[in-house]
Design a protein around this ligand. Structure first.
Ligand code: NAI
Ligand code: SOE
Length: 397
């Protein structure tokens, strides 16, 4: 069994999720060829770094992320910091020969995403973008149905990502509301997941027509580094302008001929992590809602008319990654399990020298869609999405 040393940068929400995943890999995927070893964690200050190392089980800590990149004993650099820091960290890590897993969205700018992709192409290392929702077993099962032709030719995908953590105007202005740090609002933060899911299930998005809204133009400023995701209130604090979108809606055309609509908002009271996918094909339909993530609903035209309708399949041992997870369907797949599967797939690719998806090419293509959506919202026009040719590494309009 090969041990692979991880240096994790960022000890907030995703630092926690990724640390849990590294511990979880051998518990779920056993016997394993690779064992992630939590070697060093970097945080913004020595106090935060030492605290994160103790809490998340890392042998060492640093307040200088570059020392992780420069450490010859570290194999993997895991980037779980705010979006604007991803390009510099990822490019430095790839140049140092490290395998890199980076949180989504790939970068805060399209140029940053392009530079990360270029660095990955120049390197022999494995790159991955942490769009973990495609690792939900029910989503992987949906892909299996589609690939097997069970719903025929896909005609339409309706995708949503609805949350309410920023609907309260007193919910603080964290890094997620600053364009210079986040790049965009709901577009990059959560619609990016839906774009990745749409690419995974239906294929490349070729054209978009979109609109964005910012409902709460200023907010009280959050001083703490980690985003509280609306779980603290900053009433009375100094306010500052929000320069990103709260909500995005877009119609899309897929290169393969299907159409669809995607929307995302962080201001929908009562919706928490409401990621839904409804896919209609010539022979049937599929419905998924992450808030009931053990379930996939399927309907087939071939069923007798008097019993045709959606039926629920509960994912379990018979479904993608099921043998590694829990022994009885509907025991409950959680957010943590999606991250464990993601980490396993990343490490398995390193061990076997194969590729893993979504890689930096996929992350860059998502960034190209995000950019087209924002340009379309500004122009009010249908906008074509430049397409990455993975063979040549060039982007064509
Ligand atoms: P967070 O605000 O909870 O944590 C970010 C951490 O990075 C903070 O603890 C901060 O002190 C640290 N940090 C900032 N500058 C640093 C530096 N120079 N060196 C080391 N550490 C530094 O943010 P969260 O929610 O963990 O988000 C991080 C990334 O993960 C973002 O790109 C976000 O979009 C993504 N994300 C992805 C999710 C998913 O489902 N795949 C879920 C949540 C976030
Ligand atoms: C906040 O909208 C957030 O933490 C996103 O940043 C994540 O990507 C999403 O999975 C959960 O919500």
């Amino acid at each position: 069994m090969r041990e692979i040393a991880v240096g994790l940068i960022g000890g907030g929400f995703m630092g926690k999720a990724h640390s849990l995943a590294y511990s979880g890999v051998p518990m779920f995927f056993w016997p394993t060829e690779v064992l992630p070893v939590k070697q060093t964690i970097a945080e913004a200050t020595p106090e935060l770094a030492e605290d994160a190392a103790t809490r998340f089980g890392f042998a060492g800590w640093t307040s200088d992320w570059r020392s992780i990149v420069e450490d010859p004993s570290i194999d993997v650099v895991d980037i779980a910091t705010p979006n604007n820091l991803h390009p510099e960290m990822a490019i430095a890590a790839l140049a140092a020969g490290k395998h890199v897993i980076c949180e989504k969205p790939m970068a805060n700018t399209l140029e940053g995403a392009a530079a990360m992709y270029a660095a990955a192409r120049e390197s022999d290392a494995v790159s991955m973008v942490a769009f973990n929702y495609r690792r939900t077993p029910a989503v992987a099962l949906a892909k299996r149905y589609i690939e097997e032709g069970a719903i025929g030719t896909v005609l339409n995908l309706r995708g949503t990502y609805l949350q309410d953590w920023s609907a309260d105007p007193a919910s603080p202005l964290s890094w997620r509301f600053r364009k210079s740090v986040a790049g965009s609002g709901a577009v990059g933060d959560i619609l990016s997941h839906v774009i990745d899911l749409a690419h995974y299930l239906v294929g490349s998005i070729s054209d978009v027509t979109s609109l964005t809204n910012t409902y709460i133009p200023e907010r009280p400023v959050q001083t703490a580094g980690s985003d509280s995701l609306g779980n603290t209130r900053a009433e009375g604090a100094e306010t500052a302008a929000v320069d990103v979108d709260d909500e995005v809606l877009t119609l899309v055309k897929f290169a393969g001929g299907a159409v669809g609509s995607l929307e995302a908002t962080r201001n929908a009271w009562g919706r928490n992590n409401f990621i839904t996918l409804e896919i209609h094909g010539t022979e049937g339909s599929i419905y998924f809602n992450y808030e009931n993530r053990d379930e996939l609903q399927v309907c087939f035209r071939s069923d007798e008319g008097d019993r045709r309708g959606f039926r629920t399949v509960y994912t379990g041992p018979n479904h993608p990654n099921g043998e590694a997870l829990w022994p009885i369907p509907a025991l409950g797949i959680g957010y943590g399990e999606t991250k464990i599967i993601e980490a396993h797939d990343f490490f398995a690719a390193i061990a076997s020298g194969s590729e893993v998806r979504p890689d930096f090419g996929d992350g860059y293509q998502v960034a190209l869609v995000e950019d087209a959506i924002i340009r379309s919202a500004e122009s009010g026009k249908w906008t074509s999405v430049p397409q990455l040719d993975r063979a040549s590494g060039t982007v064509s309009s």
